[in-house]
Design a protein around this ligand. Structure first.
Ligand SMILES: Cc1cc2nc3c(=O)[nH]c(=O)nc-3n(C[C@H](O)[C@H](O)[C@H](O)COP(=O)(O)OP(=O)(O)OC[C@H]3O[C@@H](n4cnc5c(N)ncnc54)[C@H](O)[C@@H]3O)c2cc1C
Length: 254
């Protein structure tokens, strides 16, 4: 905490960003330094709360200049320790980046900031008969950025596939502070290398996702819930095979 570079880093953090931009309160470090795995001891240097892509960019550039590692933080519902900061990193929490932008009814797309909670997307789209079909028990806390960074599956994966299939455009910030805007809202784009895919499922290793254009799907019509008590995995496979032969569409399973 006391190296000259770190002292300078905190001086710049204080002077170049708005009041309330970061915290070093022990209770905040404890909360934002861990995820739901809970087995790791959190030990970040600070937690920052940028409210725009520009602030993320300036922050990452500053961290790079001072050789400070960062941990992107969404809803911290991950169960693999990805959002844990145990070694003096700076946590970059996107909780102030929760704007839900325009829904394009023609293209079926929705523009959101990466800190938006997954369930908030569902609630926003549902009155228009639409959904973003990424769904699991942590949806009330997880964020769109975290869903994309983990390429989350969820209970509807068998019908809709992974999160990767439901992301059209991304804005990402590299550690250098450079901002990349990838693909926009174009569905049919087969030109060149699809750099979006580098940032989907790679848990922030290559950069921080700040804005996303999500692809939406019509809400399914009526559905039925069946509960089966099964004896082990082979029975699960037989059940799936039988259900698929009936022509039922399996919407979700747990
Ligand atoms: C009850 C429960 C049920 C769950 N069910 C499922 C399930 O069915 N399927 C499934 O796949 N997962 C499931 N999960 C795991 C978890 O909810 C998902 O992985 C979710 O997508 C994580 O989102 P988050 O915002 O909480 O991310 P976090 O936990 O905050 O972060 C996860 C990783 O992504 C990185 N990250 C976060 N935000 C960004 C960003 N903006 N840019 C770059 N990197 C970022 C973090 O550094 C970390 O490495 C479940 C978890 C719980 C607690």
């Amino acid at each position: 905490m006391s190296s000259p570079s770190l002292i300078l880093f905190f001086e710049k953090l204080k002077h170049e960003f708005p009041v309330g931009f970061f915290t070093t309160e022990p209770s905040d470090l404890e909360v934002y330094g861990r995820d739901w795995t809970k087995v790791h001891q959190p030990n970040p240097s600070a937690v920052c709360f940028p409210s725009s892509t520009d602030e993320v960019s300036r922050l990452l550039r500053l961290c790079s200049d001072h050789l400070i590692a960062v941990v992107p933080s969404g809803g911290r519902t991950g169960l693999a320790g990805g959002a844990v900061a145990a070694n003096g990193e700076v946590v970059v929490s996107l909780t102030k980046m929760r704007t839900i932008g325009s829904l394009d009814q023609l293209a079926l797309t929705l523009r959101v900031e990466a800190g938006v909670v997954t369930e908030a997307v569902h609630e926003f789209c549902s009155p228009m008969g639409l959904t973003w079909p990424i769904d699991f028990a942590s949806k009330g806390s997880s964020t769109v950025g975290g869903n994309i960074a983990t390429n989350a599956g969820g209970v509807k994966v068998i019908r809709y596939g992974l999160t990767r299939n439901w992301v059209l455009g991304l804005t990402v910030v590299l550690m250098s502070g450079e901002v990349l805007r990838l693909n926009g809202s174009l569905e049919k784009n087969n030109t060149g290398v699809d750099l979006r895919q580098l940032f989907i499922g790679t848990e922030g290793v290559f950069g921080i996702i700040t804005e996303c254009i999500l692809k939406l799907s019509p809400l399914p019509g009526g559905s039925e819930v069946f509960l089966f008590a099964l004896n082990g995995l082979p029975s699960v496979f037989r059940l799936f095979e039988a259900v698929r032969k009936t022509g039922f569409l399996v919407n979700a399973f747990e």
